[in-house]
Design a protein around this ligand. Structure first.
Ligand code: AMP
Length: 216
């Protein structure tokens, strides 16, 4: 399947995309992860992206489109992919069309992870990534055994630089102003599927698979 994930920061796009990738093999393509890697590697692209990321603003469309076009052209995307965090605005959504046509693919669905914005601050400030496995965890919501499993193996629970309250507030504003219009964009295209994200990750995952008509 070729899927776009829509949803506010903290709605669980990364967590759910990781699960789909594990169970069905569609690669999760997270522009945020690819940009963070470029920053960590100290590449030219990373240097150009860093200031916007630190502020919680969007990185310029040309940078992100270059990353996406390059990533989608790789062979592992031939049977499908999950775009996690892209597109983030209407110009990116419009630019995605010719990229997909160029590789002979088209989107099957755009999934909106619909979340009550009141819970987002806690989800985002509590978010951590295990340095060993890359698994997304949360100090408020994950099982203590899962958190301990990471540290017991010598891993660290890493917090993203942009998961602080000030940057989060800006990221939520950017989402409302620039990304939310994509909900109508994909609804008009007949691709929108909405999944309620108020439950625990297992419940959300079951609803997601049902929305995508994926077999268990
Ligand atoms: P994320 O991990 O998706 O929350 O993205 C983290 C940060 O990376 C965002 O706050 C932006 O600065 C940048 N970013 C990720 N994806 C995009 C995109 N599609 N367009 C522009 N900036 C992006």
């Amino acid at each position: 399947m070729r899927i776009v994930f829509l949803g506010a920061p903290g709605s669980g796009k990364g967590t759910q995309a990781q699960r789909l990738m594990e169970d069905y093999g569609f690669p999760q393509i997270s522009t945020g992860d690819l940009l963070r890697q470029a920053v960590a590697d100290g590449t030219e692209l990373g240097r150009r992206a860093q200031a916007a990321m630190d502020a919680g603003d969007l990185v310029s469309d040309d940078i992100v489109l270059g990353i996406i076009a390059e990533r989608l052209a790789r062979p592992d995307c031939g049977n499908g992919f999950i775009l996690d965090g892209f597109p983030r605005n209407l110009p990116q959504a419009n630019a995605l069309q010719p990229v997909l046509e160029g590789i002979g693919q088209q989107l099957d669905a755009a999934v909106l992870l619909d979340v009550d914005t009141d819970v987002l601050m806690k989800r985002l400030t509590g978010r951590r990534t295990c340095s060993l496995t890359g698994k997304l965890l949360n100090i408020y919501y994950s099982e203590q055994s899962e958190l301990d499993a990471c540290t017991a193996q010598g891993g660290e629970l890493i917090q993203r630089a942009d998961d602080n309250e000030e940057t989060i507030a800006n990221r939520l504003d950017v989402y409302r102003e620039q990304t939310e219009p994509l909900i109508d964009y994909y609804r008009s295209a007949g691709l929108l599927r909405t999944v309620d994200v108020d439950g625990d990750p297992d419940t959300v995952y079951a609803a997601l698979k049902s929305a995508l008509k994926l077999a268990n």
